[in-house]
Design a protein around this ligand. Structure first.
Ligand code: PLP
Length: 473
């Protein structure tokens, strides 16, 4: 297998290594300048275990829009999850790794006509609908589709509410849609909702499932045979969060309203699976120290740090996904802490990552780490102003390798074993370098010959930022 992109191989870590040691090793190699990610496959596997344990009746359909990295899709396919796609391209991406079309739900209630035709052509037949014109469209383009009516039931607190855009009113609109679907001779197979992404209102799932129960009965009285209940997304995924409370509410509501094996219960978790799997390392390339008034000109009152990823890159999540990020300096600091702000690399004033935080004094070349960067970050990032989107180093522990190495679509070829993190060094990324190790089109790079970087460990850190001595008059 030819390696053209770092993202395509999983580096198997030995016992002593973990995400933080990998971050450190790359960062302090002195050969890395650009921001980079470490993606921990084990974190995704552990999330899947938690899901199966807490929500045993609910089959997860991973929401691809949250993070459409091919490796994420392959790992989830290997674990046996199904997928929620919102467009023709997302459907193609999931199909391209060998997932069967029956394991995809087309969960966008407002679909362009060509995307519906494409879904019909490739056999993705389950799709959500929340309005009349969509029913007419499906009648014309894909009359045998399995229709899932999406209702609106909003969490009182959510990072990203969705109800103002999608979902029909369960009491006033849904019955009319059922009537119209019946008149058009369409197949209504179930009901779905999305309480809002980043939900902080667990009881909302009970309300929503109750609405669905009423609609199941109504659909049955029309002559439909509904069997699909889709609980949508909304489950938190950051380190330290838990789905325990939500799972408890869901399991109770399922016991109360859907205590039958005849109903297939699914959900569309996005951030739950990927948020905590990604750790981002950013480098301070510039700094401005704001000093006090002329009476104490040496006193620094505020430090402004400029790092090499910002709101046009990974931190678009601050704007679009309303996330808050916590900067973790890689070096444990000493001395006094100073009010600080952190800024992205572009020339836009909007490009601020952290507004005000107390940090030990840091220098050019120092690294700031951000955890929980896997959800709604990379798919939206742009290289605005010429600043590249960070590359991803994919890692897994040995036990994860043993678990996944033969779980299709993964194969042994997906893994690189031994001598890590020496292997990782081959992808080190100094911006502006003409040699692009990710686009090495014809020479096959041997991953086990590190001689080009043989002196890497001896390179002093931060060589990029050595100052030129200023002459003293
Ligand atoms: C975005 C989305 C999801 C995923 O939501 P999360 O809050 O990330 O779990 C699920 N279903 C649909 C229809 C979506 O649009």
């Amino acid at each position: 297998m030819k390696v053209t992109n770092l993202d395509e191989r999983i580096h198997v870590l030995d016992n002593e290594a973990n995400v933080m040691t990998v971050v450190k090793d790359i960062a302090i190699s002195g050969l890395q300048e650009e921001a980079f990610y470490v993606l921990d496959i084990g974190d995704i596997v552990r999330k899947h275990q938690i899901w199966k344990e807490k929500l045993p009746r609910v089959e997860p359909y991973y929401a691809v829009k949250c993070n459409d990295n091919l490796m994420v899709i392959e790992v989830l396919a290997a674990l046996g999850t199904s997928f929620d796609c919102a467009s023709k391209n997302e459907i193609n991406k999931v199909l391209s790794v060998g997932v069967d079309s029956s394991k995809i739900i087309f969960a966008n209630p407002a679909k362009p006509a060509s995307h519906i035709r494409h879904a019909a052509a490739v056999g993705v037949d389950t799709m959500t609908v929340d309005n009349e014109s969509e029913l007419h469209k499906i009648k014309k383009l894909f009359p045998t589709a399995k229709i899932v009516i999406r209702i609106r039931c909003d969490a009182e607190v959510a990072m990203c509410p969705l109800g103002m855009k999608f979902g029909c009113d369960p009491v006033h609109e849904a019955p009319n849609l059922l009537r119209l679907a019946y008149r058009l001779g369409l197949n209504v197979m179930g009901f779905s909702f999305h309480v809002g992404s980043g939900c902080q209102d667990p009881p909302v799932y009970h309300r929503a499932i109750h609405h669905c129960k009423i609609l199941f009965d109504m659909a049955t009285s029309f002559g439909f045979k509904p069997y699909l209940l889709d609980l949508g997304g909304g489950y938190p995924g950051n380190k330290g969060t838990s789905i325990d409370k939500i799972a408890e509410v869901i399991n109770e509501a399922l016991d109360e309203y859907f205590n039958t094996d005849a109903v297939h219960v699914i959900a569309e978790p996005g951030r739950f699976y990927v948020a905590s799997a990604y750790t981002l390392a950013t480098n301070i390339h510039s700094k401005r120290s704001v000093r006090a008034d002329e009476n104490s000109p040496t006193t620094v009152t505020h430090n402004m740090y400029y790092i090499n990823d910002g709101v046009y890159g990974s931190f678009n999540c601050l704007l679009y996904d309303h996330q808050h990020v916590i900067p973790i300096p890689l070096k444990t600091g000493c001395g006094k802490v100073i009010p600080s702000s952190i800024w992205g690399p572009t020339c836009d004033g909007l490009d601020q990552v952290v507004e005000n935080v107390m940090l030990h004094d840091m220098e050019l070349g120092d690294w700031i780490i951000f955890e929980n960067m896997g959800a709604y970050t990379l798919p939206v990032a742009s290289p605005f102003n010429g600043f590249p989107i960070p590359k991803i180093h994919v890692v897994a522990d040995e036990d994860i390798w043993l678990l996944l190495k033969d779980a299709l679509p993964l194969t042994e070829d997906h893994f690189v074993i031994g001598n890590t993190p020496g292997n990782l060094r081959l992808g080190l990324d100094i911006g502006g370098n003409d040699i692009d190790p990710w686009n090495d089109s014809d020479s096959t790079m041997a991953l086990t010959t590190p001689e080009i970087l043989a002196d890497a460990p001896n390179t002093p850190p931060h060589f990029i930022y050595d100052y030129v001595e200023a002459p003293l008059n």
